[in-house]
Every structure is written in C-alpha cells, then in structure tokens.
Design a protein around this ligand. Structure first.
Ligand code: 5GP
Ligand code: ZN
Length: 111
C-alpha cells in the first residue's frame, strides 16, 4: 500500500520511536498519546483491520510484541489493548493496529 502511513513506518520511510520489532511486526509510540504509555503494535504487512485475513502467525507475533512492550515500558500494574475496526469505531489509519495504553490508572470502563 504505497500511500499507507503505517506501511511507511514499517519500512522506515517515515521515522517513528520504535519500541520493539521483529520480522512480522513493529511497535512504536503513538504520535498523539492518550496515556503516559501509548504504543501501537502493527503487522509489517498491510491488513486493513483485525478481521482482514491476518495470518495466525502474525497475530501470535503481535501478542508477543504486546508482552514485549509491557515489559520494556514497565507496565507491571496492567495495561489496556484496543483495536478500532472501521470509521464508526474511530479507526483513522486503515492499517491494522493495536493500541497499548498504560502508565496510569485507566479505570473500569472500556471507553
Ligand atoms: P486509530 O484512530 O486508527 O485507531 O488510531 C490511529 C493512531 O495512529 C492515532 O492514535 C494517531 O495518533 C496515530 N498516528 C497517526 N499518524 C501517526 C504517525 O505518523 N506516527 C505515529 N507514531 N502515530 C500516528
Ligand atoms: Zn499499510
């Protein structure tokens, strides 16, 4: 996807603050953080959203990356993982990503 901003981050065409990276996924800090820790985990391959045919191996790598982000960022007290699917849910970048949020009490609500 030549004009996808997250594809460009995955290929280092656009700089980002990388937290974790392996062959399948990359995790980087959100440009507009909503919590003291707000890191995005994305597949390097372009998939539009969580139900866009993401291979099981990639989903496993993303789960592993979430654990690495939590370890590296010291989120021992807990964290929240969110993925918006579709404009109605607030998805603005149409490349599948997990938001990892933490570093402060997040409360009991989901939104
Ligand atoms: P969405 O609203 O699609 O679930 O989340 C997209 C997220 O990507 C937003 O939190 C936004 O701040 C972040 N974002 C958008 N463009 C960039 C960028 O160029 N660099 C980084 N690091 N984050 C971005
Ligand atoms: Zn993309």
């Amino acid at each position: 996807m030549s004009d996808c901003i997250f594809c460009k981050i995955a290929s280092n065409e656009i700089p980002s603050t990388v937290v974790y990276e392996d062959d399948l996924v990359i995790a980087f800090d959100d440009l507009n953080p909503q919590a003291p820790v707000h890191t995005l985990v994305i597949p390097k391959a372009h998939h539009e959203n969580i139900i866009d045919g993401v291979p099981a191996e990639t989903l496993a790598a993303m789960t592993h990356a979430v654990a690495e982000v939590a370890r590296i960022k010291g989120l021992d007290e807990g964290f929240r993982v969110i993925s918006n699917k579709g404009e109605a849910a607030g998805q603005t970048v149409m490349h599948f990503h997990l938001h990892v949020l933490g570093g402060k009490p997040l409360g009991e609500g989901l939104i």
